[in-house]
Structure formats: structure tokens, C-alpha cells
Design a protein around this ligand. Structure first.
Ligand code: HEC
Length: 137
């Protein structure tokens, strides 16, 4: 295969992968990637699959909120509900385009929800994986 065709093939794979992450979410994701690199030597990028598994997992920290799905439901393209019955807009970026675009808001809710659901702060990799999953839907 000549070099030009090889390069075109590589771009054909890379460009959809970039579009997929959601351009508006990129600054927030880039900041978490930088943090993840600092936290773990072998960091090799975020993963939709890990983000999905984390979102669906049952944790042991709280009987009332064992999972992110308790409020955000099993289907992030659907609206969720707080425990007080207030609506929460879908987490999927395709449904709520301004999700994960305001770094301060994102941190505020990760801090609150990771603590109550998982019983500790989430790592930068967990946060990036979560956003990458939501941006893939
Ligand atoms: C007790 C209910 C509840 C649980 C459980 C919960 N959340 Fe949330 N979450 C909310 C509410 C309420 C908001 C803010 C309202 C909104 O953004 O629509 C929110 C917002 C967020 C945001 C901000 C999104 C943005 O627009 O930038 C993130 C990130 C988030 N949650 C992550 C998580 C993760 C990760 C888990 C599981 C570890 C989780 N949440 C579990 C209720 C919950």
C-alpha cells in the first residue's frame, strides 16, 4: 500500500473517533486526560466500555444510592429523577448537548455523587471514562 493511501486509511479511522467524543466536551476531557496521566504512569486514554461498566456498577457505599443509575436510570438517553422526585435531564450528550461542558459544574457533581455512591472521590480516569461513555450515546 502506498503511503498516501495508508495515511488516508488512518485518518478515516481517527476522524470519526474524534467527532464521537463531542467537540463541546473536549476541553473538560482534555483536562481529565492530563490529570489521569499525572495520576497513573500507564494511562492510555479513556474507554467507553469502562465508563459504561462504572455507570452500571453497584457499589457498597450507600443503600439508598448504590449506583449512578439510581438517579440517572439504566438508559442515559432517558430523563432521570432525584430521590426527591425532581427530573434530571438525560446524561447522554446526544440528548442534552451542554452536558460536561462547564468544568465547575462537572466537578461539583462528580464530587458529590462519587462520594455518596462510591464512597470516595472518583479518579480522573473514571471521570473521563464516564464522560466518554455519555458522549458516545
Ligand atoms: C441521588 C441522585 C444521583 C445519583 C445517585 C447520581 N447523580 Fe449525577 N446528578 C444528579 C443530579 C440531581 C445532577 C444535577 C442535575 C443535572 O445536571 O441535570 C447530577 C449531575 C451529574 C453530573 C454533571 C453533568 C453535567 O451536566 O455536567 C455528573 C458528572 C454526574 N451527575 C455524575 C454522576 C456519577 C458518576 C454518578 C455515580 C457515581 C452519579 N452522577 C449518581 C443526581 C444523581
Amino acid at each position: 500500500m502506498n503511503m498516501r493511501i495508508a495515511a488516508a486509511c488512518v485518518l478515516a479511522v481517527i476522524i470519526p473517533a474524534l467527532a464521537y467524543a463531542g467537540a463541546a466536551q473536549k476541553p473538560v476531557l482534555d483536562a481529565y486526560a492530563a490529570q489521569a496521566k499525572a495520576e497513573q504512569a500507564g494511562f492510555a486514554g479513556f474507554s467507553v466500555e469502562r465508563g459504561k461498566a462504572f455507570f452500571l456498577a453497584k457499589h457498597d457505599a450507600s443503600a439508598e444510592t448504590p449506583s449512578c443509575t439510581t438517579c440517572h436510570t439504566n438508559d442515559p438517553t432517558k430523563p432521570g429523577q432525584t430521590r426527591a422526585g425532581k427530573d434530571v435531564a438525560p446524561m447522554a450528550v446526544s440528548k442534552t448537548q451542554d452536558r460536561f461542558t462547564d468544568a465547575e459544574k462537572v466537578e461539583k457533581w462528580f464530587t458529590r455523587n462519587c462520594q455518596s455512591v462510591v464512597g470516595r472521590a472518583c479518579t480522573a480516569q473514571e471521570k473521563g471514562d464516564f464522560i466518554t461513555f455519555m458522549a458516545s450515546l
